[in-house]
Design a binder for this molecule. Structure first.
Ligand code: ZN
Length: 433
């Protein structure tokens, strides 16, 4: 097997295990620990060593890993890559049990982020996330992760005979049409608190100890390589776990120890980033400041280090769709497996400017990685990403890039095997500069 396919298979394994942003953080911690990184906690005093490898988490759904450089920060600045752990989907509401005709038990959900709703129909689904359990002190509930694993839910489609316009563009109502069915109800069925009971049983705890939860649906079908030559990666959450996987691998494998290298996995990008663990919060700036303070920098020297820093904001890009050719820009046409795309927007929805694009192009050239450009059609409004939001907290030079994919925000997206490795190689080169 080629190294690119092996790397893509490792990405599939990583995403299959990352069933919620909490699980993605656990997987990342496991990988980093196996590669010699030590955890430092935000609520404790730090003592960092030159050349030391560390990571810390925020809300257990965001993570920052870093390797302290041998050279002074005022000389090198920070080398940062940023990505995000969350993906669009459905979150389960409190008191979720709803019955239909006293025969079906459904769960009440709300949409998280910009999911393509129709991709969630007719797929075996399960539940994963975080459960908050009674602790010794009300201020410190215990946290447990849950993954029910079993394909136990489904959102069935309506037959075309009852919905003739479905192929002409049907507007789904997320309060009515996308609620997953969990079970049939029989006479002995206790539907009160059914979900909490199920989770308590899975975790082996008393249901009365479950105080609250943040649970999400996920599709249980595993990811796979597809295409005649296995050139594509078909899996959910490529946006943005592919970039988390690439940055963490690059950070762990970088050999040059001069600069302080940082890999960031924010949470909540898909809902606007304005949370304590999102790119709209100062938590990363605070972490960089603590690294600087541990190195003995003063306030001004920290600001100098920031001026010398560079951020690659890594989220995915849109490849030109072979069946929707008219949706892409006429002259900037990213194609799958032809390299990462630099994302550019006049309205600054991406942070890229000509200087930062030139820097990333130089990095790709040095790494022997082809590079493409993505710009929205002038009559289409594109998405945004972590770059511009983190710029409001961290005013440093930054470029927005991503591997080009199809079907962004579908429950199953399509990326390129070569692209994933190209992106990794570009990050490795950046960290090794
Ligand atoms: Zn994204």
């Amino acid at each position: 097997m080629t190294i690119e396919k092996e790397f893509a298979k490792d990405l599939i394994r990583f995403i299959d295990n990352s069933k919620s942003s909490f699980h993605a953080v656990v997987e990342t911690k496991k990988y980093l620990t196996e590669n010699g990184f030590n955890e430092v906690k935000l609520e404790e005093k730090w003592k960092l060593e030159k050349g030391g490898k560390y990571f810390t988490t925020k809300n257990n759904s965001a993570l920052v890993a870093f390797v302290v450089g041998e050279k002074n920060l005022t000389e090198t600045g920070f080398r940062l890559v940023g990505a995000h752990t969350d993906s669009p989907g459905f979150r389960i509401k409190p008191n979720p049990e709803i019955t239909a005709d006293n025969r079906y038990l459904k769960l009440n959900t709300e949409v998280y982020g910009g999911a393509i709703l129709n991709t969630w129909f007719d797929r075996p689904l399960s539940i994963a996330g975080r459960v908050s359990v009674k602790g010794e002190n009300p201020l410190e509930p215990k946290e447990m992760l849950v993954d029910l694993e079993k394909p136990m839910l489904i959102i069935p489609n309506l037959a075309i005979h009852m919905n003739r316009e479905v192929n002409e563009g049907f507007k789904f109502n997320p309060q009515l049409h996308t609620l997953p069915i969990l079970s049939m109800i029989n006479d002995e069925f206790e539907k009160e608190n059914y979900l909490v009971k199920l989770i308590a049983k899975d975790l082996g705890i008393d249901e009365k100890d479950i105080l609250d939860f943040e649970l999400y649906l996920y599709a249980t079908e595993k990811g796979s390589l597809v295409g005649l030559n296995e050139e594509f990666i078909s899996i959910g959450k490529l946006d943005d776990l592919a970039m988390v996987h690439a940055e963490m691998n690059a950070l762990a494998n970088a050999k040059n120890k001069n600069a302080t290298n940082v890999a960031i996995a924010f949470d909540n990008e898909e809902v606007g980033s304005k949370t304590k663990q999102g790119a709209g919060s100062p938590f990363v700036k605070d972490i960089l400041k603590r690294i600087a303070l541990c190195e003995g920098l003063d306030e001004e020297e920290f600001l100098i280090a920031l001026e010398k820093s560079f951020l690659i904001s890594a989220d995915l890009a849109h490849a030109k769709h072979p069946n929707f050719q008219e949706k892409s820009d006429p002259t900037n046409i990213p194609v799958i497996n032809e390299g990462p795309a630099i994302k550019i927007a006049a309205n600054q929805a991406y942070t890229t400017d000509s200087t930062s694009a030139a820097i990333y192009e130089g990095i790709c050239a040095a790494a022997n990685v082809p590079v493409q450009k993505f710009v929205n059609r002038s009559d289409l409004k594109g998405g945004s990403t972590i770059g511009p939001i983190s710029s409001s907290q961290l005013p440093i030079r930054s470029v927005d890039i991503g591997g080009p994919i199809l079907g962004m925000h579908s429950v199953r997206e399509l990326g390129g095997v070569l692209d994933h490795h190209y992106v990794y190689k570009s990050f490795l080169e950046f960290y090794n500069l």
